[in-house]
Design a protein around this ligand. Structure first.
Ligand code: GCU
Length: 387
C-alpha cells in the first residue's frame, strides 16, 4: 500500500507537455479594480505596489525593513590573493535589533589592477560552504571566483544558513530571531524571505565599501537560492540585475503549468520556505492572484537572466521561458522591449543582447562555468566597460 502511494505521488508530477492543463495567467497590467495600466507612472504608483503586496501576503511573506544598527568587521584580508590578481576580504556584518543581533559572513574578492569602484556579483550560496572557499584551495564551478575576477568584476558570497538555516525545525534560528512576530502571522517571512533580506544587508555593506560600485550589484542564486535572488531583486530595487539559475517552482517558472514540481510538492517538502498562506494554493494554482511572470515584471526595468538545464525538467525550462515572455508588457512600459521570440532558443544558445536573458544548458540541475560565463556576458552587455 505504501509503495502504491509512493508511485501515485511520483506520477502526480507531470513531465508531459501534452498534459499541461489549460490555464489563464493573471494579467500583470490589470489592476484589482479592473483598470488597464498603460504607462510607467500607473505601473509604479498603482499596480506595482498591488502586485508586490500580493506576492508578500500569499507567497514570500513580509520583508521587515527596520533594525537598529548595521556594523561590519573585516576578519581576514589578503591584498594579493589569486596570485596578486585579487584582494580578499572576509567580512562579518552584524545587524542589531533591540537586544538581539545576527551575523552575516561575507567572502569578497575584488580585482586588483582595475579602476575602482567595480561592479559585483553576489551569490546566495545554498550549497556547501566549501564552494566559496576564501583560501581557493578548493575551487568549484558553483562560484568560479577566478573567472569572475579575470572579467573585472568583484565576486562575493554568503551562505543561506546565516539568513535562515535551511531546515523546517530550525529556520527560525537566523535573522528571524530579530523579527519573532513574523512567525506569528500567516503572511510572515520564512527562509526564502530571510535569504533575500540577508542579500540586502550585504548590499548595505557594499554601500560602505569604497571599492564596490553599489549601484551595480548583481544578485545570483541557484535553485532555492535562485528563488531568493528573484525575491531580493523585487524587494530591493538597489540590486541592478538578477541571475536566477534553475530556480523552477516559485522561482522563475510558471506555477499554473503544473509541469515538474508543483506548489503542493514544494510546500510539503519545504514547509519552512514560504508563508502559511501559500499552502492555500496546494492543488489550487488557478486561485493564485499572481503567477511567476509577475515576479519578474516587478524587477523591471532592470535586467533579469534566467537559466535552465535540459535534464532538470523538475524546474520546468519551458515554464521559465514563458515567465520571461509574459513579463515583457511591463518592460515595454519602460521602452525596454526584450524581443524574445515566442519559442525558447536552441539548447546552449544564450540570449544576451536583451533586457530579459535566458539559456537552457545541456546537463543537470547545477550552477556551472557555462552559466557564469553567460552571466558575465550579460553583465558586459548591460554595463559595458568604458575605455
Ligand atoms: C528541490 C526543490 C526545488 C529546489 C531544489 C534546489 O529539488 O524541490 O524547489 O529548487 O531542491 O534548491 O536545488
Amino acid at each position: 500500500f505504501a509503495i502504491f502511494i509512493l508511485i501515485a505521488r511520483a506520477q502526480a508530477q507531470n513531465y508531459d507537455e501534452a498534459k499541461v492543463p489549460a490555464y489563464t495567467l493573471p494579467d500583470v497590467l490589470k489592476t484589482s479594480d479592473g483598470q488597464l495600466v498603460k504607462n510607467k507612472p500607473d505601473w509604479e504608483k498603482k499596480r506595482r505596489p498591488e502586485v508586490l503586496t500580493l506576492f508578500e501576503n500569499n507567497i514570500y511573506g513580509q520583508m521587515p525593513k527596520t533594525f537598529d544598527n548595521l556594523t561590519y568587521k573585516v576578519t581576514n584580508e589578503v591584498k594579493d590573493a589569486m596570485n596578486g590578481k585579487a584582494h580578499l576580504k572576509e567580512v562579518t556584518i552584524t545587524v542589531t535589533k533591540g537586544n538581539k543581533s545576527a551575523d552575516i559572513h561575507l567572502v569578497l574578492f575584488t580585482p586588483n589592477h582595475v579602476k575602482k569602484p567595480v561592479p559585483a556579483f553576489l551569490l546566495i550560496n545554498n550549497r556547501g560552504k566549501e564552494n566559496t572557499d576564501p583560501t581557493r584551495a578548493t575551487k568549484s564551478e558553483f562560484w568560479p571566483a577566478e573567472t569572475v575576477i579575470e572579467s573585472g568584476y568583484a565576486v562575493a558570497a554568503f551562505h543561506v544558513s546565516d539568513g535562515a538555516p535551511d531546515n523546517k525545525n530550525t529556520y527560525q534560528d537566523g535573522i528571524l530571531r530579530l523579527y519573532p512576530e513574523q512567525l506569528e502571522t500567516d503572511n510572515g517571512m520564512k527562509a526564502i524571505g530571510a535569504w533575500a533580506w540577508t542579500a540586502s544587508r550585504v548590499l548595505d555593506y557594499f554601500q560602505k565599501d569604497k571599492n564596490i560600485d553599489a549601484k551595480k550589484v548583481f544578485v545570483v542564486g541557484h535553485s532555492r537560492g535562485g528563488k531568493a535572488a528573484l525575491w531580493a531583486g523585487v524587494q530591493d530595487q538597489r540590486f541592478a540585475m538578477v541571475f536566477s539559475n534553475c530556480s523552477g517552482n516559485t522561482g522563475a517558472a510558471l506555477a499554473r503549468r503544473r509541469f515538474g514540481e508543483t506548489i503542493t510538492r514544494i510546500n510539503t517538502s519545504f514547509p519552512h520556505w514560504f508563508t502559511n498562506n501559500y499552502k492555500k494554493y496546494n492543488d489550487n494554482e488557478a486561485a493564485l492572484p499572481v503567477d511567476q511572470h509577475m515576479l519578474i515584471a516587478l524587477i523591471a526595468p532592470r535586467p533579469v537572466y534566467a537559466t535552465n538545464a535540459t535534464k532538470d525538467l523538475w524546474a520546468d525550462p519551458k515554464g521559465t521561458y514563458l515567465s520571461l515572455i509574459n513579463a515583457q508588457p511591463v518592460y515595454a512600459l519602460y521602452k525596454k522591449p526584450s524581443g524574445l521570440s515566442p519559442e525558447p532558443p536552441a539548447i546552449n544558445t544564450a540570449i544576451i543582447n536583451s533586457i530579459l536573458g535566458y539559456h537552457n544548458r545541456e546537463g543537470i540541475h547545477n550552477l556551472t562555468t557555462f552559466d557564469w560565463q553567460n552571466f558575465i556576458r550579460f553583465a558586459n552587455y548591460h554595463y559595458p566597460k568604458k575605455g
